[in-house]
Write a protein that binds this ligand. Structure first.
Ligand code: UD1
Ligand code: CA
Length: 485
């Protein structure tokens, strides 16, 4: 636990986010596998605060429900009307005091729509705040375009922060300032509580501005400090879907950068998309056009892509996964998948096994070295080791009401175009003939033949299709054969 452990982190997430033009509340939009507010909560957790409070307002049941799912330790405070950021923080502090919690130490405030903010930056802010003995420390950034942001006003002589002026309330000279308020602060809890009681609403938006607390504390003779963010992109706030896409790209770049630095080859970072929960081992290789989602893991020496989407899928060492969609599948070491395979939940491919071109699998356990090379559907099945399933086979698992299981043993050779009508069991070392509809169990080592007998009706074409091209071709072939004899 760090010596800088804050008493509380307050996350502001009550706003509607009208510019998203969405039925989904802004902070529940997701990038890289986590909601916007989820990213902020995760960063806040790195500070190990005693209390973590999220201010909810717009669609508060939905937002609170989501928070309970992703982090049950989060407390929510309701702000019924969005009367400003200062008012929102006040609601958070009241929620705590109403529950008998007296804050002592540092309160960190962050916005719920800044998903790129890192725990490291929050830690640096908190450390600066404590080391400098400040009443408030604001995280600032120099941005190329400061339009819309609160501007950081500094004393010309000392460089000390004197105030934050909102864009709408700023003079032309103040609008030229490129250092902006990130919306992230560290406060002394007691001084914050006192100052919030003094914040007025005589501004262009008629709101209680949290930013006014700085001027109030400074005028009362307290220390006001600033920490400048190393990378201004980290404090990017999401207001619309263009910014949502920008943030997704930046976060994705950050995740891929970390993967590459740890020994993963990413052939084309621009077309590779990963979630924060994806893990790699060194010497994994990712080909272009690949999307790795959820708890997907790619082990050493494995190659995934191009044009592949893996969700909650584990790829074993040395496996090859090409042009594939997989969800909740386990791909064994040195297995090969695709091109054009679809692995659905419950697929478990053993080491050195194969799910080849145009193969779909679901709830199927495939043993070591077993191959399903071409154009097949394997559903609700267990297949042993070193078995080969012929091309264009279907595991007929569904009778319209119930799903049934097929079991095939080890070292079997099933013919092409087989239908395995479940429930059915094929013993070890058995063979089946091409085109068979297997409805009965096959004992170990037997050959099963289950298809109509072939009947040739001599001269049918000459009788039924006289004069046709087929009849002429047949006649010519017969004459040639007769000539030979
Ligand atoms: C705010 C800051 C501005 C800063 C900018 C950084 C104030 C007055 N202004 O401006 O200095 O540069 O953030 O992005 O603080 N919220 C509530 N309840 C409210 C109002 C807002 O929970 O009553 C939440 C919003 O949901 C959002 C955050 O607070 O997550 C910021 O609010 P927003 O309206 O986006 O503030 P800005 O105008 O961007
Ligand atoms: Ca904003």
């Amino acid at each position: 636990m760090s010596a800088n452990r804050p008493a509380a982190v307050v996350v502001l997430a009550a706003g509607e986010g009208t510019r998203m033009k969405s039925a989904t509340p802004k902070v529940l939009h997701a990038i890289c596998g986590r909601s916007l507010v989820g990213h902020v909560v995760a960063a806040a957790r790195e500070l190990d605060p005693e209390h973590l409070v999220v201010i909810v307002g717009h669609a508060r049941e939905q937002v609170a429900g989501h928070l309970a799912e992703i982090d049950p330790g989060v407390r929510t405070a309701v702000q019924h009307e969005q009367n400003g950021t200062g008012h929102a923080v006040r609601m958070g502090l009241e929620e705590l005091s109403n529950n008998g919690i007296a804050l002592d130490g540092t309160v960190v405030v962050v916005c719920g729509d800044t998903p790129l903010l890192t725990g490291e930056t929050l830690q640096r802010l908190s450390a600066t705040h404590t080391a400098d003995g400040n009443a408030v420390t604001v995280l600032t950034a120099e941005v190329p375009d400061s339009t819309g942001y609160g501007r950081i006003v500094r004393d010309e002589a000392t460089g000390a922060v004197t105030a934050i002026v909102e864009h709408k309330d700023a003079t032309d000279a103040q609008r030229a300032i490129r250092e902006i308020n990130s919306g992230v602060f560290a406060f002394d809890a007691q001084l914050l509580t006192d100052a919030l009681g003094k914040v007025r609403t005589d501004n262009s938006q008629g709101e209680e501005y949290l930013t006014d607390v700085l001027g109030i504390l400074r005028e009362a003779g307290h220390r006001v400090g600033a920490a400048v963010a190393g990378d201004h992109r980290e404090i990017l706030g999401i207001n619309n879907r263009v910014q949502l896409a920008e943030a997704r790209k930046l976060l994705n770049e950050r995740l891929l950068h970390a993967a590459m630095m740890s020994g993963v080859t990413v052939v084309d970072p621009a077309t590779t998309w990963v979630d924060v929960t994806v893990t790699f081992e060194a010497d994994a290789l990712v080909q272009p056009g690949t999307q790795l989602v959820g708890a997907t893991h790619v082990a050493t020496g494995a190659e995934v892509g191009p044009n592949t989407r893996l969700t909650d899928t584990s790829v074993g060492a040395g496996a090859r996964v090409d042009n594939t969609v997989a969800d909740s599948a386990v791909i064994g070491e040195n297995a090969t998948v695709g091109p054009y395979a679809y692995l659905r939940p419950g697929t478990r491919l053993g080491a050195k096994s194969k799910a080849g071109a145009y193969v779909e699998m679901k709830n199927a356990e495939i043993g070591e070295g077993t191959k399903v090379p071409h154009l097949s559907y394997v559903g609700d099945a267990t297949i042993g080791e070193y078995t080969n399933i012929g091309a264009a086979s279907v595991f007929v698992n569904y009778d319209g009401v119930n799903k049934h299981h097929t079991t095939i043993g080890s070292h079997c050779r099933t013919g092409s175009d087989n239908m395995f009508v479940a429930p059915v069991t094929i013993g070890d070392g058995a063979y089946t003939a091409a085109g068979s509809v297997i409805t009965k169990d096959v004992p170990p080592g037997s050959l099963a033949v289950a298809r109509g007998q072939q009947r040739n009706i001599e001269g049918w074409v000459a009788r039924k299709r006289p004069g046709s091209a087929a009849a002429q071709a047949a006649s010519a072939a017969r004459q040639a054969t007769d000539g030979e004899q």
